[in-house]
Design a protein around this ligand. Sequence first.
Ligand SMILES: Nc1ncnc2c1ncn2[C@@H]1O[C@H](COP(=O)(O)OP(=O)(O)O)[C@@H](O)[C@H]1O
Ligand SMILES: [Mg+2]
Length: 155
Amino acid sequence: MNINQIDNVIREGSFQLFEGDFTNAGAASSELKNVLKEIGVDENVIRRASIAAFEAEMNVIIHGVAGTLFYSITKEEIRITVTDIGPGIPDINLAMQEGYSTAPDWVREMGWGAGMGLPNIKKNADSFTIDTVLGEGTTLEIKFYLKYFPLPKVD
Ligand SMILES: Nc1ncnc2c1ncn2[C@@H]1O[C@H](COP(=O)(O)OP(=O)(O)O)[C@@H](O)[C@H]1O
Ligand SMILES: [Mg+2]
């Protein structure tokens, strides 16, 4: 018996994220979206999880130096953990405010940095925690509870 069977993990995966790597922006969240579709998760949950994963992924690419997005799906929940080795967040309350952003001008010119990422993660998630240490990094844990057991599709 492997660890997946013990934990009842239906699917899991991880992605490396790098600051400034806009070419791969959205790769992690779009794979998660495809996996959720494949296993038949409720559309509304897919939409919310994709938004949250995308915003968390973008934050590492914009602010976080380098990091990892890890997702794990069990019959109870989708758990998305995004951890980075960036500068950390000095004031979480401020960072959580709609429209607050420290993104540099060149990032804003690309259309990012509207300061809506963290508030949107919070709005969409069933559970959301941020752990941050200045000079060490930031970890987000984002969860969505699954009311209906998604049956893995058999090809
Ligand atoms: N992973 C992170 N590392 C360091 N700072 C972050 C991180 N995520 C968010 N922040 C800080 O919180 C602010 C608000 O984040 P967010 O709401 O996603 O807006 P935006 O990314 O558009 O700036 C960011 O501008 C940044 O100062
Ligand atoms: Mg953001």
